[in-house]
Each structure stands twice: as C-alpha cells, then as structure tokens.
Design a binder for this molecule. Structure first.
Ligand code: CU
Length: 133
C-alpha cells in the first residue's frame, strides 16, 4: 500500500513542521523574555526609565555650596542667591550660558547635560563644578 504509506508520511511530516514552527516561536519568545530580564537587571529596565531630579546649589558668602556636584545627565541644578550682593552663574570655558544677574533670593535653574565648570563673572574667584556621570 504505497499510497497509504505516502499519506501517513506526509501527514507526519506536516505534524513535524508544525511542531518545529512552534518550537521556533517558543525559542523566540524565551530569548525575548531573557533579553528583557537581563535589561531589567542591568539597567533597571530598558529605555529611558531614569527620571531626572533637581539639585540645589546655594550661593552664600561668595561661594557656591556645594562647590562640586555630581549629577546624572538631564538633571536640573537650581541656584539660589542667599547673599546680599548680586551674583551670576556662568559657564566658565566659553561662557556658553549664564543666569544673568541674580539679586538676593533670586533663583535660577538649568538642565545640565555635560560636565561643566562655572563661575560668577562679578566675582571671578567664585567657582563651581558640575560633574555628569
Ligand atoms: Cu558673585
């Protein structure tokens, strides 16, 4: 009965390919899950899950306090002038950004994306540093 044999053979073959397709799907699914698990363990979740925070630098006694601040990219730094005299916050190397004049109790803030040295143009001895990790 060659034709019956052939029919069984083909039937088995189609079952096998169905199984192997399912195996491939399962393998894909598991590798996807594995990648997701590794991402979550390594980075605390893939994508931009970090929520930037705001840091405060107090200007007091002709000083930026703290003088040096380590932050994460995209964090905001807020300067508060607690001195009676005017100050500013200015990027030191090329003066690419500045707060402008800050009077007593003035607040100025900026999102920081790279490590930056800054100073006060009104009192050039006043210096600060932001380190982006
Ligand atoms: Cu100043």
């Amino acid at each position: 009965m060659p034709s019956l044999f052939r029919k069984k053979y083909l039937n088995n073959l189609s079952k096998m390919s169905f199984i192997s397709t399912n195996k491939a799907r399962l393998r894909k699914l598991f590798s996807g899950l594995l990648i997701a698990a590794v991402c979550m363990l390594t980075f605390g979740g893939c994508g931009k899950s970090y929520t930037p925070v705001t840091h405060v630098v107090v200007i007091k006694g002709l000083k930026f306090l703290p003088y040096e601040l380590t932050i994460r990219k995209g964090d905001t730094v807020k300067w508060i002038n607690k001195d009676l005299v005017k100050h500013d916050v200015t990027e030191e190397t090329n003066q690419t950004w500045t707060s402008g004049v800050m009077n007593k109790e003035d607040v100025w803030k900026m999102a920081i994306t790279e490590t930056t040295d800054y100073f006060c143009t009104l009192h050039v001895i006043m210096k600060g540093k932001l380190i982006v990790e």
